[in-house]
Design a protein around this ligand. Structure first.
Ligand SMILES: NC(=O)c1ccc[n+]([C@@H]2O[C@H](COP(=O)([O-])OP(=O)(O)OC[C@H]3O[C@@H](n4cnc5c(N)ncnc54)[C@H](OP(=O)(O)O)[C@@H]3O)[C@@H](O)[C@H]2O)c1
Length: 255
């Protein structure tokens, strides 16, 4: 439990907290919140987190199960107090080129990355709107800025989340609810460990979590990192199509 007066939030909820960025976020946010509820499907790591601190509560769930998400949000709100900050971080990545198009993997990506967030919003929005406060942070990716090779089951889902965060902000900010868009570059987690391609600017999950917490506290809308790589990706986003596709052919396909 953080010392009195140092709490930024009362109740924080993190999805995808069983490994990688979400796990490290839980370890950091427990210093800043009275209660941290951690969710994912794997119960072992969630239990490990809750064994570290009485302020961390394991709430196992599958984000694709709308009923389980709604029940968990209700349980957390009743047990810990209204959720002040929800970090919607659960995500699934699979590398896929056109030659290996796999509709099941595409569906899984959409279900976890997009519908998982929508299920959380379905449970959170009425509560936050009724209170006129709250903070929703959506973990997208710089991979959602523009179309990238081998990203058929992932990039489109993250592009959807970027649009979703912007859309939410237009309506929620005037109603007292903050929205953050988290756009990581490459982070060393179980998700990326088997990637067979170079990952420029790779940072550790604990470093990613530090940058996210600093961004959430700094009240920025988009929290993009690491600085150098995200600048390159933003530059690519700003290029005219002819130059962008030429750059991809030259640099990415040859990597
Ligand atoms: N690592 C990177 O380079 C990178 C870059 C940009 C964006 N991101 C994004 O950052 C977020 C965290 O990823 P990570 O890198 O930390 O990877 P990770 O270690 O693989 O974490 C993914 C988390 O999502 C959870 N999850 C997956 N499917 C779920 C489901 N159906 N229901 C509930 N939880 C589910 C996993 O837990 P269970 O399997 O236990 O359910 C795990 O806790 C993701 O949204 C990812 O797209 C990562």
């Amino acid at each position: 439990m953080p010392a009195a007066g140092t709490q930024t939030w009362n109740t924080v909820w993190i999805t995808g907290a069983s490994s990688g960025i979400g796990y490290e976020l839980a370890r950091l946010l427990v210093e800043k919140a009275a209660h941290v509820a951690v969710s994912a499907r794997s119960t072992g790591p969630l239990q490990e987190l809750s064994d570290r601190s009485s302020s961390i509560r394991a709430v196992p769930l599958d984000v694709t199960d709308a009923g389980a998400v709604a029940k968990s949000v209700a349980d957390i709100s009743e047990g810990c107090g209204a959720i002040d900050l929800a970090v919607l971080n659960a995500g699934a990545w699979s590398m896929m080129s056109v030659d290996e198009f796999d509709i099941d993997a595409v569906r899984r990506g959409v279900e976890v990355n997009v519908m998982g967030v929508m299920n959380a919003l379905d449970a959170l929005l009425p509560r936050m709107l009724a209170r006129g406060k709250g903070h929703i942070a959506i973990v997208a990716s710089v991979a959602g800025y523009r179309g990238l090779p081998r990203s058929l089951a992932y990039g489109p889902t993250k592009a959807a989340l970027i649009n979703l965060a912007e859309t939410l902000r237009t309506e929620l900010e005037p109603r007292g609810i903050r929205v953050s868009l988290i756009s990581p570059g490459f982070v060393d987690t179980p998700m990326t460990r088997d990637n067979p391609f170079p990952m420029p600017g790779l940072i550790s999950a604990s470093e990613a979590a530090r940058r996210i917490v600093a961004g959430l506290e700094g009240r920025r809308f988009e929290i993009a990192f690491p600085f150098g790589f995200s600048c390159v990706m933003k530059l690519l986003r700003a290029l005219p199509d002819w130059l962008y596709f030429r750059a991809i052919r030259t640099f990415v396909w040859k990597a």
